[in-house]
Design a protein around this ligand. Structure first.
Ligand SMILES: C[S@@+](CC[C@H](N)C(=O)[O-])C[C@H]1O[C@@H](n2cnc3c(N)ncnc32)[C@H](O)[C@@H]1O
Length: 269
């Protein structure tokens, strides 16, 4: 399938990207105490859909936690060739298009850090909600990228260049700010709950767990900013000079910016 993704890292070295996503998954997993979501209970799901699955780490964990459930992991790019539980399968498909599933056919639909990369991200909420069976859960985990303050021009320019690129693709780099309201406005859910944590990227945090998660986000974003980038992203201003200047500043200069990390769980009417 041609990769028509507007994902900022579409087409880069897949192995390195899967490694970056696995590392971030492990950090979130530790933060959540090895739970798939902060939602109080997932019940006994029989069918679970994971969208924008990346390395498949969340889907693998879900399949292990619920061995009697069928787990389907969807991404626009192939998942890595790795051993997966027998109750998990993968499918290459574009979440921005119609998906080949019956309405109301999943007990859980989960999408993490992927809605932010879809054009008009929150406009997809009704389509995702329609895939959830009555009484089932839509789990959306996403972030708002930081606005940078302080004395680090290359750090600020890198985040601003990413935001400009994303907005040119109709993606919302601050999607977590409106997620909860958009879920409520959809009218599809009896309850919409959310847990949000604000993570300064470059100032020590008193809570050690939040500090570790913040460090993981900082490292993950730094890997993107200093690594291989598609030509189209470079053309928006992500030059090699900017990448070098970012590398020189990121752990040395005084700057900050808050990542808003959000987990939502919405019960289908
Ligand atoms: C930041 S990664 C997150 C991966 C995974 N959800 C996780 O949390 O580790 C975003 C993922 O969304 C996928 N993606 C982007 N646009 C997509 C689309 N239109 N349809 C399906 N997947 C898409 C990318 O290929 C990538 O694997």
């Amino acid at each position: 399938m041609p990769d028509s993704s507007t994902y900022v890292l579409a087409g880069v070295d897949a192995g390195k990207e899967w490694e970056r996503l696995d590392t971030m998954h492990n950090a979130v997993d530790n933060y959540l105490g090895h739970k798939l979501t902060p939602a109080p209970s997932l019940g006994h799901p029989r069918k679970i859909l994971e969208l924008g699955a990346g390395s498949g780490a969340w889907a693998i964990q879900a399949a292990k936690q619920f061995p009697d459930a069928e787990v389907i992991a969807v991404d626009i790019s192939p998942l890595p060739p790795r051993p997966t539980p027998v109750n998990m399968k993968s499918l290459q498909a574009d979440v921005a298009q119609a998906l080949p599933f019956e309405p109301e056919s999943f007990d859980i639909v989960h999408i993490r850090y992927a809605l932010i990369h879809l054009p008009h991200g929150t406009a997809h909420i009704p389509k995702l909600g329609q895939l959830v069976a009555p009484g089932g859960l839509l789990l959306i985990d996403d972030i708002s990228l930081p606005i940078i303050t302080g004395d680090a021009p290359a750090v600020r320019e890198s985040f601003e260049t990413l935001a400009v690129y994303m907005r040119s693709k109709h993606q919302d780099p601050r999607i977590a700010d409106t997620l909860e309201a958009k879920l409520r406005e959809s009218g599809l859910f009896s309850d919409v709950d959310a847990f949000k944590v604000s993570l300064p990227l470059n100032t020590p945090i008193a809570d050690p767990a939040a500090q570790r998660l913040s460090r993981a986000f900082k490292d993950s974003i730094t890997n993107v900013f200093v690594g291989e980038l598609p030509a189209e992203v470079r053309a928006t201003g992500f030059t090699e000079e900017l990448q070098k200047a970012y590398r020189d500043e990121v752990d040395v200069k005084e700057w900050d910016g808050i990542v808003e990390a959000m987990w939502t769980w919405s019960r289908k009417l």
